[in-house]
Design a protein around this ligand. Structure first.
Ligand code: PEP
Ligand code: MN
Length: 337
């Protein structure tokens, strides 16, 4: 259920409704809007009786929410969510670019990449320190040493750091360094990790599982919001299909669908989506046209020598060219980067 407060409802009236929700055993979620505050209720198994909210002053209406995903839905919050990462906004109409290697591999590698990323006008650097790899024999990431390099590179270039958390055990140390915590496709339904990230007050980039429907993605995001973390960005990174010429099937239609059904910003990841470097720029641009709030691409100074995902990584020169085109696309969309 969603309680819509009157436009002129006072803070005391809003607090009184929230207290009432707690008294009857549920959790309130204040959702500020430009016109008025709405309060979502979670924790209920069946329908919540509207009777509880007839008395409190300031209540305009009680609306049942039909979706299983409540807090992420447009039904509950018609206005788009803008996730603020320091002075960088995702979801405000700008087209942000998040770029960097799949894995942090060395100081030279991450610094050379960051220099080009910063020079191109991008404000966010990606790079995994803890890598969830299909094979136990593959490079597992530089771990703590990788986190230290990410701290240094942020200091040197002022870029925001997006890095993946692999498990609950290492969440605290990753969260200390990350400006945005990435939950990877393989962890989209790691419910303990979702709960732990839901308790953090730090933006989370949640990737769609490789076999997940959009509804399952929304329900995974609901875990984060239901625990009070509203700074969630959803990421389309391709899904498994019968096609074998690409690594995954990049579901561009997910971009407008996510934006229609949820209020959360969307990041497109064409690198994992197609898995072939030459196809990444076309899909990155298509994502911008489809309405993505940000595009995340893998870049490496020497893709042929990358310790992970080299086949889908752009060279620095290829990235510079793409970034220029993305900036032109951003201007065409109406908000220059
Ligand atoms: C990554 O971003 O490098 C990654 C492991 O992505 P995904 O979880 O989408 O496979
Ligand atoms: Mn990767």
């Amino acid at each position: 259920m969603l309680i819509l407060m009157q436009k002129n409802a006072t803070k005391e009236q809003i607090d009184a409704v929230c207290r009432r929700i707690v008294e009857i055993g549920y959790q309130p979620h204040q959702i500020p809007g430009s016109m008025r505050v709405a309060i979502g209720i979670t924790g209920n198994e069946g329908a919540v009786s509207t009777e509880h909210f007839m008395q409190p002053e300031g209540v305009a209406d009680c609306v049942p929410v039909s979706n299983a995903y409540k807090l992420v839905s447009r039904e509950v919050k018609p206005e788009p969510t803008i996730v603020r990462v320091g002075d960088v906004s995702i979801g405000d109409g700008h087209l942000q670019i998040i770029a960097g290697p799949c894995s942090v591999e060395s100081k030279d590698q991450i610094f050379r990449t960051a220099e080009v990323v910063a020079k191109s006008g991008s404000k966010m650097l990606r790079g995994g320190a803890f890598k969830p790899r299909t094979s136990p024999y593959a490079f597992q990431g530089m771990k703590q040493d990788g986190l230290r390099l990410l701290e240094q590179v942020r200091e040197a270039f002022g870029l925001k750091i997006v890095t993946e958390v692999k498990d609950s055990e290492t969440l605290d140390e990753v969260a200390e360094v990350a400006d945005v915590i990435q939950i990877g496709a393989r962890n989209m339904q790691n419910f303990s990790l979702l709960e732990a990230c839901g308790r953090l007050r730090k933006p989370v980039l949640l990737k769609r599982g490789m076999m997940a429907t959009l509804k399952e993605l929304f329900m995974a995001a609901e875990y984060l919001l239901s625990l009070g973390n509203y700074d969630v960005i959803l990421c389309e990174r391709g899904i498994r299909s019968f096609e074998t010429m690409t690594r995954n099937t990049f579901d561009i239609s997910a971009i407008p669908l996510i934006k229609r059904h949820t209020h959360l910003p969307v990041v497109a990841d064409p690198s994992h989506g197609v898995g072939i470097s030459w196809a990444v720029p076309a899909m990155a641009k298509a994502s911008g046209v489809a309405g993505a709030d940000a595009v995340m691409v893998e870049v490496h100074p020497q893709p042929d020598h990358a310790l992970s995902d080299g086949q889908q990584s752009l060279t620095l020169a290829e990235y510079e060219k793409l970034a220029k085109q993305m900036n032109e696309l951003a201007a065409w969309r109406g908000k220059s980067n």
